[in-house]
Design a protein around this ligand. Structure first.
Ligand code: GLN
Length: 312
């Protein structure tokens, strides 16, 4: 296995950051109006190892909303709350090949295809246990705290912005309500979903969260168990097959490690038993993945031979 500590990893990250900081391709997401305010040039790369070492370069302290990367962790919380068998009756594990916001359910089962697309994520969020909206939100924030190692907050401006413009997600919730895949009150589930997407993180936080998944669910710095280790394989499997939306297949082929991207420009990637990788750069390609993020991960994977099926 890879001896990450013996590699000149920091200087490699510094060089990668230098190499891609002039890359201007892509566009910042603006369908959530508040997201368009981000500095499009922001850029950081962080790696956290399962030994608790953190390597970082660029704007690693800059806060941004986690967006779809939250889906990974909320799926873990739902598994913790209900167990694998029940969750599988409500949300599938099949990649769609469609965009993240596709309004599509499995024809036969009426389940959303998987928890990494919006429909599946909203269904997953609707299952989070708690008495009333505030207890559910607090349980979710506490779950994020375990992965990150410090308290987290919801960006109210982004939350409100998405809440007032998120008609497509609202439509999906109604469709799922129609098929009995989620229960009333759906406005509460949608609010919680918009809140989870608006949790603020920086690139360093994301690397530690990814490293926690790489480390059997134990935060490598605080040593806290963030999710039951038995669900790590569930989480990483859906990340591997569905985490990059309709780019998931090509990502699995080229980069070869479980990953998740978000519309605010973050990507996390998990190298099991070794490290978590995070990149933040808000300019996105046509599928909604960070342009620099994809390039950086491709190069990291190639250079260090991180592809899970690498044999040479
Ligand atoms: N909150 C966003 C949405 O539901 C998250 C999408 C994403 O990051 N891909 O549209």
């Amino acid at each position: 296995s890879l001896q990450i500590a013996s590699l000149p990893l920091q200087s490699f990250l510094d060089d990668l950051h230098d190499k891609y900081k002039l890359e201007q391709e892509g566009a910042v997401a603006d369908y959530i109006p508040e997201l368009a305010k981000v500095n499009p040039d922001a850029f950081s790369i962080c790696i956290a190892t399962v030994n608790g070492e953190v390597y970082k370069v660029g704007d690693y302290n800059q806060l941004f909303t986690i967006q779809s990367i939250s889906k990974v962790f909320v799926y873990g919380l739902a598994l913790d709350d209900h167990g694998r068998d029940y969750i599988l009756t409500r949300v599938g594990v099949e990649p769609t090949g469609d965009a993240f916001n596709a309004i599509v359910l499995d024809e036969q089962s009426k389940r959303p295809y998987n928890p990494m697309v919006n429909a599946g994520a909203i269904a997953t969020t609707s299952l989070i246990k708690g008495f009333g909206a505030s207890e559910r939100l607090n349980r979710m924030l506490d779950m994020f705290r375990r992965y990150i190692g410090h308290d987290v907050f919801v960006d109210i401006a982004v939350f409100t912005s998405e809440r007032t413009t998120g008609h497509r997600n609202r439509a999906m919730a109604h469709l799922m309500l129609n098929f009995g895949m989620i229960d009333e009150p759906i406005d509460e589930a949608l609010d919680l979903y918009f809140q989870q997407c608006a949790v603020m993180v920086n690139c360093q936080d994301l690397a530690v969260m990814a490293a926690t998944l790489a480390n059997k669910g134990v935060n490598p710095i605080s040593k806290e168990q963030a999710v039951d280790s038995r669900y790590i394989k569930d989480i990483l499997s859906v990340m591997y097959t569905c985490g990059m939306y309709n780019f998931a297949g090509e990502w699995a082929y080229k980069v070869g490690i479980p990953a998740k991207s978000g519309i605010s420009g973050g990507i996390i990637a998990v190298v099991p038993n070794q490290m978590g990788i995070a990149v933040f750069s808000p300019r996105l390609d046509s599928r909604g993945n960070s342009v620099r993020g994809v390039k950086v991960c491709e190069e990291l994977s190639q250079h260090f031979g991180l592809h899970l099926f690498e044999c040479s």
